[in-house]
Ligand binder design. Structure first.
Ligand SMILES: *[C@@H]1O[C@H](CO)[C@@H](O)[C@H](O)[C@H]1NC(C)=O
Ligand SMILES: *[C@@H]1O[C@H](CO)[C@@H](O)[C@H](O)[C@H]1NC(C)=O
Length: 374
């Protein structure tokens, strides 16, 4: 091999991103809830005693791209799948599959995961059912257990390996707030939990940075007041609800916005404390709102903006006795013509749009691709 070639290869492997982003990150590790779960909920639910019923382990879940259910709560890929594709990494497997090869990463996210430990909700009778033990702190524990498997062979040990990985911490918070709203808490009471929820997220990010992580994406909360599920459940309560100009529930969205503002401020403080870390604040709120405000420009009919693709009828096409995956529910022909997939989770088309906006901007601070080229 001639020296010129050796040098250009060296140059190429050090100077990433000229034409492709593959090889920039050696691995991807993701913590979160049902927005990015790729199968952990299905595994945990089957192991639970008594087993927890699952509706998303059958078609039409997975009808797009995969053609079969994968444990993802969408018709197709979720945000972190598009991120993996961008960086030439395989689509992550659910960590609880205990795959022998975790060298490219693992996805620890589980549907229903909370930022506050589940025993808090059970102890205070805020939920009337047994929760899966899947909170943020539990997921951090799983990551710690798996560490020897993806770090040991790496030069520089775990710090070196962490510094070349991309981490996602979140979204977290949506399930916490849902439990509090469902328990009948007032807006003021739900707001009072925001500092603790944000604190738990920020401490998790800090823990990863202390262990050597450099690139951490921290998504905020989506506008859950626009969820067809919550819109339906609230309308049957016959309360005089306040809707915004899109038709979303203002009180629920105010809590989400407050969460996002506080998250931004706490992440700001963390950046000052760890100037070498590249913490990316990913906006999960504005991209959804921009789709709902201008559905036509996303190929969504305006009358479908707040309706689910997959459901069992009703104003929002969400019916509690025929939820997507249950008998009686059907999927629309073209999920990309909908924002919401099943009432809570989004379509692959929505997730692709969000992933692109986090990679290239404008809905991330900084966009992931500018963070790596900084
Ligand atoms: C959840 O799991 C963690 C870690 O294994 C454990 O310490 C905790 O007691 C568990 N909590 C519940 C409510 O089972
Ligand atoms: C909702 O509540 C109002 C006032 O209490 C009552 O007049 C109305 O009939 C109720 N509507 C339904 C659909 O129950």
């Amino acid at each position: 091999m001639d020296l010129t070639l050796v040098f250009s290869l060296l140059f190429l492997s050090c100077f990433h991103g000229a034409s492709s982003d593959s090889r920039y990150f050696t691995s991807l590790f993701t913590l979160g809830d049902s927005y990015i779960d790729v199968g952990n909920f299905v595994i945990m639910a089957a192991r639970a005693v008594p087993a927890v019923p699952v509706w998303h382990d059958k078609l039409p879940y997975g009808m797009t791209f995969f053609g079969h259910p994968t444990g993802r709560l969408s018709d197709g890929r979720v945000i972190v799948d598009f991120i993996a594709e961008q960086f030439g990494l395989p689509l992550l497997q659910a960590s609880l599959l205990n795959s022998p090869d975790v060298s490219k990463g693992a996805n620890f996210a589980v549907g229903g995961a909370t930022a506050i430990d589940v025993d808090f909700y059970e102890r205070n009778n805020l939920v009337q059912f047994k929760l899966l033990n899947n909170s943020l702190s539990v997921q951090l524990g799983w990551l710690k257990e798996l560490k020897p498997y993806f770090c040991s062979a790496t030069k520089g040990g775990c710090r070196g390996c962490f510094s070349k990985a991309l981490f996602f911490v979140g979204e977290f918070g949506v399930n916490d707030y849902n439990f509090l709203w469902s328990a009948g808490k007032t807006e003021h009471e739900v707001m009072s939990y925001v500092p603790e929820i944000v604190e738990n997220i920020v401490r998790a990010v800090e823990r990863l940075i202390k262990e050597g992580a450099v690139y951490v994406v921290v998504p905020g909360n989506p506008p859950n007041g626009c969820s067809p599920t919550i819109l339906t459940l609230r309308s049957s309560l016959n309360q005089t609800e306040k809707y915004d100009n899109i038709g979303c529930l203002s009180d629920i969205n105010r809590v989400a916005m407050y969460h996002n503002v506080m998250l931004r401020s706490e992440i700001g403080a963390l950046r000052e404390k760890y100037p070498r870390a590249r913490i990316i604040l990913a906006d999960f709120y504005k991209p959804i709102i921009s789709m709902l405000q201008n559905p036509d420009s996303f190929g969504v009919a305006s009358q479908d903006a707040l309706r689910t693709c997959c459901g069992g009828g009703g104003v929002y096409n969400w019916n509690p006795s025929a939820i997507c995956g249950m008998p009686g529910a059907t999927a629309c022909k073209d999920p990309s013509a909908f924002v919401s997939w099943d009432g809570v989770h989004y379509t692959e088309a929505t997730y692709r749009y969000i992933a692109k906006a986090w990679l290239y901007g404008p809905f991330a601070d900084p966009p992931i691709l500018s963070a790596i080229r900084h």
